[in-house]
Ligand binder design. Sequence first.
Ligand SMILES: Cc1cc2nc3c(=O)[nH]c(=O)nc-3n(C[C@H](O)[C@H](O)[C@H](O)COP(=O)(O)O)c2cc1C
Ligand code: SF4
Length: 698
Amino acid sequence: MSLVSEGGPAVGRPLALGPVRLRNRFVAAPMERNYCELDGTVTDRYTAYLARRARGGAALVFAEAAYVRADGKGRLRQLGADTDARVPGLARLASAVHDGGALLGVELNHGGRTAQSAVSGFQPVAPSPVPCLPAGGEPPREAPAAEVYELAAAYGEAARRCREAGVDVISIHGAHGYLVHQFLSPAFNLRTDEFADPLRFLGLVVEAVREQAGPGVAVGLRLSAHEGFEGGLTAERTFELVSRARLDLLDFLDVSAGSYEAGQWSIQPAEWEPGLLAPYAGRYRELGLPVGVAGRINTAESAEAIVAGGLADFVSLARALHADPDFPRHALAGRGYRPCIACNYCIDRLGSGEPIPCTVNPGAGREHLIPAPAPAGRGAVPDALAKHGAAPVTPAGPGAVLVVGAGPAGLEVARLLAEQGRRVQVLEREEHVGGLVALAGRLRAYPEHRRLLRWWAAELDRLGVSVRTGTTATREELARHEADAIVLATGGTGRLPDVPGVGLPHVLDVRDWLALGQDVPSSCVIWGADREGVAVADHLAAEGAEVLLLGPQPALAPDVGRRAKILMVPRLMENPKVRILLESTVSAIEPDRLLVRSGGQAEWLPAPGPLLVSHGVVPRPGLLADLLADRRPRLGVHVLGDAGDNGGSLHGCFAAAAEVADALARACTRGQALTPDDTPRGGLRPDGSSPERGGPRS
Ligand SMILES: Cc1cc2nc3c(=O)[nH]c(=O)nc-3n(C[C@H](O)[C@H](O)[C@H](O)COP(=O)(O)O)c2cc1C
Ligand code: SF4
């Protein structure tokens, strides 16, 4: 859908925020990324990442919650604004973002009780000594009143550094459970001195920042519309507090929600509706300042509806721009964009201390590896994944590629190869495309996977890729295609453990069962508490099934991060119709019962209904051996996703597809077979050998 309304799309109109002017209403929201040096200094990675978002059309590009004092640091590679040594790095960011036509914003923050000494090297300091369990639970010390003044002054000093660096917009982080929010909150501010007044600290911070930022820099407040847990700030109380804050010194408000104790409100799961915080933002517009809003705004339509509908003046987008930096530009032009599926892999990786990736955009965080644009026809790209965050690659020569399998790996590699100018044909044995993504899209937790399928369909259509469904890639079928390279993305099959009774008709791999599209059973067993098993259990339980969920895992879905299962896990644990047995396994299966081993004990349990097994997948056998016996395409055979050794997850499929597309681009450019340097993981040379495995593989 294009954003056509009278006078052009509302999100395309400029907006004044105090002394600065936004070219449109798209703001790249603050987002910690672990892209800095360990001391908080800006890196080339960081600069290139933000510059790319600026070139993608956002009007204002925020860096992230930058710590104003060393003991407020919450992530190993978080951006620092704590000493004057950070100014040159911030200036590099400003210059790169300005070159891309956008303004640079920095959010000023102190982690308070959420900071931990393992990261910052200091005991956390907070309004009151209330530990933060989701952040690690280290007891903070209570800041004496004199130190609270120093903390407020530290925000001011950081604002001065931002001004000196050429930053255009400063946002005071008053949301998500950090220090300013802690002083506002009745759950975390238990003081009896002057700072018992929840607005006192915020007032000092606003005054210090306003004074040091100077008249040319816009200053705003990011706030949580409510904290999201019992005993925390309600929406009513938050509004009442903010309306009494020093709004006279502020140029805008940016409405978010949640706290560490209710992180789902800060970074919302896929199953919550897009733009869900907009009604809260609408109320803040009464206060007379421009208001922004964040929260699952990941379609052009939802952004336009919010701004045109008068609920906010601008939209703050974090994940949508991580997934596709061109989202604003493409949304305004009515073009498609790669959708963020709200899987929360990015936020779940933040705690690792490593640069955060993106499931659907392997180029995120690798923009610095793309060399400056080379003259046409020249310039191999040195990093396989980086360029997929960049503009389409210049066609590098002919090459017909046959992709077998239209699951996520197959669809993505087809898209990338077609984008390079290859002639691509996809064969799929099922009547529909999408493989495991299509199955996941049927589950309650993953509705956004369906958008990914729609995006692939539109992209392959735009690129002229032909997809033949209902076609099994037999030897004879393959012989009909004159392909320079073949990509096998045929997926895997569920692994069924070898126990007595596993061959009974009611025992099925969980994916096979989903594919059958059967009605929800009144009761069932799910054996395997991994990501897939837990998601299916959650779905069936929500539909009313009695579920026995058991597996060898020590916790539910240990293969995914906390945020990816933030709704599912408590929902399952609280549902009286769900029985969970962890660190347990099945030793024998009979039609209506199971022999379950748990903690050295074995017990027969009643188990009516289907028994759905979730024990991972193994590559589908057969085709590769046939292919290698029959023919050796000039540019090799490549095995991708679950069919090879690089599937297992959606992000693995995207990354592997990018590697294969890159290797083929190099080979096509030279018009010859792959060299050892070209051959990606899972890729085979025409002689069937693989760089990792040594000899031919069948
Ligand atoms: C990886 C990650 C890091 C984030 N870091 C920050 C941050 O530094 N400061 C902040 O105010 N919000 C942060 N957020 C929250 C986002 O700014 C945004 O409010 C939230 O993700 C919801 O918007 P979205 O649906 O567009 O992602 C972060 C979100 C993610 C996913
Ligand atoms: S990792 Fe997932 S949630 Fe994060 S931006 Fe990418 S698609 Fe969106």
